[in-house]
Design a protein around this ligand. Structure first.
Ligand SMILES: Cc1cc2nc3c(=O)[nH]c(=O)nc-3n(C[C@H](O)[C@H](O)[C@H](O)COP(=O)(O)O)c2cc1C
Length: 187
């Protein structure tokens, strides 16, 4: 059975990012996958404190809700990373989580080997701007960070013009696509 983990970085648990991720997870569940959703807004995730514990040891010295995220990613086949665009970037809570993903890389011999291997990854972004090209350079740049962490993109969803939290739910083509992505992750 495939395991799919979703990291949801919007403070709106009923917003567009959450709706799209929910539909991806539904597709994955219906195709037999085990899914695990983390709403970052509800979690206690502290900043990286640059102690470099993770360069020498597995895991993180900061003991908070990230411990569950590490365990989930370690065992996952696929990871969904979703965030609205805030100030041209991911939300602060998603950036904080990304800093804390340093333990996915081992520091042995000065290398950046992947501790848990590569994971199929789907990024989900929602933005207020109508123009889908507006933040493309940033999305490509952010994917480079994810690639380095072994979170290699197999698909991505971008929802534009989405200030109304119900916008994505009303776009049936988008919902069907999200569902199909989830089904594929479960294969
Ligand atoms: C603090 C803040 C900053 C935002 N910055 C941007 C931005 O830089 N570009 C943009 O297109 N939309 C921006 N937005 C709009 C959100 O990206 C948009 O409403 C998004 O669809 C919300 O996703 P959600 O429904 O999943 O919460 C911003 C919204 C907030 C609250």
């Amino acid at each position: 059975m495939k395991k799919v983990v979703a990291l949801m970085g919007s403070p709106r648990k009923n917003g567009n990012t959450a709706t799209i991720i929910g539909e991806i997870l539904k597709g994955a569940q219906d195709a037999g996958a085990e899914t695990n959703l983390f709403n970052l807004i509800d979690m206690n995730i502290k900043p990286c404190v640059a102690c470099y514990y993770c360069r020498q040891h597995e895991g993180c010295a900061v003991k908070d809700d990230m411990q569950a995220v590490y365990e989930a990613i370690k065992n996952a086949d696929a990871v969904i990373m979703g965030s609205p665009v805030y100030m041209f970037q991911v939300t602060g809570q998603m950036k904080m989580l990304m800093d804390r993903l340093y333990p996915l890389l081992s520091g042995e011999n000065g290398s950046y080997a992947l501790r848990y291997g590569k994971k199929q990854t789907v990024t989900v972004y929602s933005q207020g701007a109508d123009d889908s090209n507006y933040f493309q350079e940033y999305f490509i740049y952010n994917q480079k960070v994810l690639d380095m962490l072994g979170l290699e993109a197999v698909d991505h969803v971008l929802c534009c013009g989405a200030n109304d939290r119900r916008f994505a739910a009303g776009n049936s083509a988008l919902m069907q696509r999200a569902y199909a992505i989830g089904k594929k992750l479960a294969e």
